[in-house]
Design a protein around this ligand. Sequence first.
Ligand code: NAP
Ligand code: GLV
Length: 309
Amino acid sequence: MRILLHRADGITDPWVADFAACLPQAQIIVWQEGVPIAPCDYAVLWSPPVALLPELQHVKAIFLTGAGADGILKYSEALPPVPVIRLGDAGMAIQMAEYVSHAVLRYYRRLDEYDQQARRGIWKQLPQHDKADFTVGVLGTGVLGKRVLDALASFGFPLRGWSRTAKQIEGVECFAGSAQLDDFLRGTRVLVCLLPLTPETTNLLDRSRLSLLPQGAYLINVARGALVAEPDLVTLIRAGHIAGATLDVFRNEPLPAPHPFWDEPKITITPHISALTLRRESIEQISAKLLAFERGEPIADVVDRQRGY
Ligand code: NAP
Ligand code: GLV
């Protein structure tokens, strides 16, 4: 069995070694631009360069080393009609819960404001926010959104979630579909974005939708940058309608300089690290799914190309 491997960071040796341990029967071929290779049975990659696409014409399935499939589905017609299988959690959900809980608590406990005070030598207790007025709304209640909601529930925040199909999640007020989005946003003080990037979700959070959030709301985007209309976010932050944003993902990554986000003190920037791909967990999951696929068994996390996730 021949597996084509592509890593955008160029760090491939540990992946080859861990695959050898998990799937000793497989030969791992690291893709390098311009180096011809014999046809492979499977591909393991995430957001490959266009030059790799001809190699995919022979594979039986494509395994992603990430949760989001937008980086491969963007090639649409150029992809062979084989299953694309994304990661399901593989250690990312707990990282997402850590990151989002930290950001929500930082806003709720006013830790940014205390930090600014401390830098100016000010010892002053600020009024505590009312937790009943600090509803956290999570866009996307899939694998990651659900785990984030579970983590936030332990702090007692009022919770709501929005998904494409109707859901029932204990302790969470659930909304579904575009008809219920406006109501969801109107009652959300901290908006957490955990949607996949699809044609329906691109630019979903534009000026009109972000304006539905109550005055003083916060945004935490850990999904994809293109879900948010970036200039609209800057406008609403400067107008004081949005009190702060924590952004881990951007329309163009790395976030270019200059960019208004870099200069906006109410925006916290991290370089797409909220949930990193964990190599060993991912290889174990991909290997198990690949073997199940070889045996003709059903496998989880097959991307639905019509839905786009
Ligand atoms: P998932 O399990 O597929 O969940 C996606 C959720 O989004 C589902 O609840 C789905 O609704 C909902 N959704 C999709 N399209 C929608 C629409 N048009 N309207 C309303 N809801 C919609 O995905 P996941 O594993 O939780 O991952 C979510 C995203 O996180 C990924 O796609 C990726 O972009 C991002 N991510 C970011 C990082 C990072 O480090 N920043 C790491 C990993 C993943 P249904 O439940 O009704 O299907
Ligand atoms: C990271 O952004 C992922 O989709 O896994």
